[in-house]
Design a protein. Structure first.
Lengths: 389, 145
């Protein structure tokens, strides 16, 4: 089989994030524009230089042709525009789509943007209801599911098959919180202990409060272009080395397995395309909507054997002192989870790590980063491999 | 977390699509209906026009025995909408039916602690409106696990 390749050096030249935690109640579209401006400034480009726009819509201010509405708001007329709907895998996938469009000459400077303010615009409980509304309208919603219930089903099966423990889940939450305490932008920075996690109120067994991500506001944006264009700008860029997707189901009852996900496919494809091995990855940003997802994805991405994610967290760990720190920004568990933008902050953090801008949480000599986004109930998967310049 | 919810106070009824018609009508008459492919023999749920195993449009609905085992479950403590607030804690599960299809449903259990992976269950039905019922399961104590 021929090795897949972009056939051209495609890079991320700017990133930005805005309104993390609790934002001004400005609305989702304006937040997209604010994030776009922040990323453009970071890249050293003008908004007018953007000729491609990718978004993944908004809960609080949705539009039918969302990416087109954003371009209009920004006052630009792009050659390439799409609104993706892959949940938490959308952002990694948008970077992949941008890279493909640039590699084939469709456009040269793509804005990937995602922002929302469910906390200030909807109230936390309404957001929970909105997320619960994700279930199948005929076969699931009449039973009263909520997002943690789907991941509770996964965690319960993991415990049954592999002896995963609540303590191991808690360690993911605690380590992620430690990272957040080192990130001034993170929403939740109070120290957290395993004991607090184990005695927190149950949400959907075996998951408790701190196994679940936050409800927040926030937005992020990424500028993707060619290395030629990037060299003309006075900014350290990050190469897009590999991208892979794997979508196995939408509804959890249709998943072939509750303990092996499409990340096993997307991760292998991304690493193969990048031509790197697991040992080459210095820092990872892995979709952490729930603690169980980090453990499941570490296994599926191949960083440990199936069923050994719990021991991996116990022995190797995912903290800054481990071989491959995970979610150094604080993740969805402690940095921010504004709904649709969930996966964009993992990419922003990976770029900042590779540019060496992370101060107290900087991973020394970070050259290769792996980012994994996931949507639905372990449903949609996209893996990116990024490399420092 | 504030517990004021601005969502509907009424539980959602199953959305009645063309594909779901036969299944929902069966549930209204206290029957669990699954789908079988007449070409390759695959048994599956939820019903759809073509077979997810062989892509042939040769689907036959049939009445299942209603027996199965719990593949996984979760006890929900936080209601997603006010309409479910009086129900918590309640158990949601993936049931592996003895015919082979996996079904998402509630398990009615007076004590959620009794619910375990691998336990046998049997189908029962919960009235959700005039002439409408939904499929639920209950622990089947007539079968030794």
């Amino acid at each position: 089989m021929q090795t897949r390749s972009l056939g051209r050096d495609v890079v991320i030249v700017g990133v930005g994030e805005v309104g993390i935690g609790r934002a001004e109640p400005t609305g989702g579209l304006r937040m997209h524009a604010q994030a776009a401006s922040a990323a453009a400034i970071d890249a050293g480009i003008s908004i007018r230089d953007i000729d491609g726009v990718l978004t993944c819509n908004s809960y609080t201010e949705p539009y039918r042709q969302h990416s087109v509405v954003l371009a209009e708001y920004l006052g630009i007329e792009p050659h390439y525009s799409a609104t993706l709907a892959l949940g938490g895998a959308s952002h990694a996938a948008m970077v992949g789509h941008a890279a493909s469009a640039i590699a084939t000459g469709v456009c040269e400077m793509v804005l990937v943007a995602s922002a929302d303010n469910p906390l200030t615009a909807m109230s936390s409980s309404a957001t929970v209801s909105k997320l619960a509304g994700w279930g199948h309208p005929t076969y699931e919603l009449p039973y009263g599911p909520l997002m943690p219930a789907y991941y509770g089903l996964v965690a319960q099966r993991y415990m049954h098959e592999y002896g995963l423990t609540s303590e191991q889940l808690a360690k993911v939450a605690v380590t992620t919180r430690q990272h957040a305490t080192l990130n001034p932008a993170a929403m939740e920075r109070r120290p957290l202990t395993v004991e607090q996690c184990l005695s927190a109120r149950p949400i959907a067994s075996p998951l408790r409060r701190h196994d679940c991500s936050l409800v927040s506001d926030g937005g992020g944006a990424i500028i993707v272009t060619t290395s030629e264009r990037a060299r003309d700008l006075d900014k350290t860029f990050v190469r897009i080395l590999g991208v892979g997707e794997g979508h196995t189901h939408e509804y959890l009852s249709q998943a072939r397995s509750l303990t092996t996900s499409g990340a096993a496919i997307s991760g292998r494809r991304a690493l193969e395309m990048a031509g790197v091995t697991h040992d080459d990855v210095d820092v990872a940003a892995i979709y952490d909507c729930f603690t169980i997802s980090v453990i499941a994805l570490l296994e599926d991405l191949g960083f440990c054997a199936k069923g050994e994610g719990g021991q991996y967290v116990d022995c190797e760990g995912v903290g800054l002192d481990s071989r491959m720190p995970v979610n150094t920004h604080g993740g969805l568990l402690s940095h921010a989870h504004p709904g649709p933008p969930g996966g964009i902050f993992h990419i922003v953090e990976a770029v900042r790590q590779l540019r060496g801008e992370c101060d107290a949480r900087q991973v020394a000599k970070a050259q290769i980063a792996l980012v994994h986004g996931m949507g639905g109930a372990m449903s949609t998967h996209c893996t990116l491999v990024l490399g420092g310049d | 977390m504030a517990d004021v919810v601005d969502a509907s106070p009424v539980k959602p009824m199953p959305e009645r699509t063309f594909d779901a018609g036969s299944y929902l009508a069966a549930a209204d008459h206290n029957r669990l209906e699954l789908s079988e492919c007449e070409s390759c023999g695959a048994v599956f749920h939820y019903p759809r026009g073509l077979c997810p195993s062989c892509a042939e449009w040769t689907i036959r609905p049939f009445t299942a025995s209603g027996r199965g085992v719990i593949y996984s479950f979760t006890t929900v403590h936080r209601a997603p909408q006010p309409a479910f607030a009086d129900d918590v804690p309640y158990v949601l599960a993936l049931i592996d039916t003895e015919e082979g299809a996996r079904v998402f449903a509630r398990v009615a259990a007076s004590n959620p602690e009794d619910v375990k992976i691998g336990l046998p269950v049997r189908v029962t039905f919960e009235a959700v409106g005039e002439g409408s019922s939904i499929v639920v399961f209950e622990l089947d104590e007539s079968v030794s696990p």
